[in-house]
Design a protein around this ligand. Sequence first.
Ligand code: PHE
Length: 367
Amino acid sequence: AGCGKKDGASPAAANEWKVGAYLSLSGAETQFGKDTQEGTELAVEEINAKGGVKGKKVRVIFEDDKSNPQEATNKVLQLINRDKVVALLGEVASSRSKAGGIVANKNKVPMITPSSTNPDVTKVGPFVFRVCFTDDVQGQMGARFIKEKLGKNKVAVLYASDDLYSSGLANEFKSEAKKLGLNVVAEKSFLKSETNFTTYLNEIKSAEPEAIYAPVYYNAMVPIARQAKAAGLAGSMFVGGDGWHADSLVHDAGEEMEGAYFTNHFSPDMPAPLSQAFVKKYVEKFKREPSALAAQGYDAAMLLFDAMGRAKGDTPEAIRDAIAETKDFQGATGAITINADRNADKPIVIVQIKGKKFTYFDTVSTK
Ligand code: PHE
């Protein structure tokens, strides 16, 4: 104390890039945050091994928002005002990315969410981007998959009404189902705080659907799958979205969900060479297979570093412009082009749960 130096004035600080990352490192969706952090760490290690960006090393400052939107707002403000970061990475869950994105945009610091898919997230303004597809695309693909690939005509929908991601995806799914002539025979919604789904599942069962669309996070899907089995509904009837992709789903409900499918960003067994190169590096470092979150975390960071390198200046504004100009960036999840709405144009991956494992099924163009 009393040395008189201002924060950020040390020579070491001047010689590095500071990037902020806010994630759910504790709370309900901890695994989302941890997986993303690991992917991001791998990216930082890789870029710094190559000498960093424009000759300066990159440091990512991680903050835990405790799976809470209000806390996401606080952490983003802190990263901007206290740490003076040039850019932000985060969050995973759409509700928190929207909250954090509003602050980032207001302060003119670019933010890239690795995996928030709700359409609203990037609509907050010109400084907010994503490297994943959106739920209008994901919901449509879910409906098409059930109708065209599985050949089913009667579907039930089960979702969390007080979660931006879950309710948004359910809505997109329903409007596409209508267009396709896929009949929604039951629609049940619950609150995130609920843990007993038996009544909803019994009502779904009596409507006799051939498939059940459940765009919920893994932490809700585990009890739903177990209670569905007890209610006499086959796990193979379930179709979900990217929110399912956490190890604990197959670990805790793999048996109950045998045969189920979901739309996703990535699968560790997908054949693309860049995906496989990433998987190899990740397994070496973390001794387990990367989830889609990890791959998206890696891609968001790598795309940001690439943009920082291309930017006409070192300011958040210049970095923003470079992110916006990203075309055909070669990531672990596929080729990413940032479009005029600051969303990523990229294909979608279908994953199946087989023998308690996530198994690559198909890659579909979203065009
Ligand atoms: N897409 C989800 C959301 O927007 C988050 C998520 C991404 C979950 C990837 C799992 C895998 O909230």
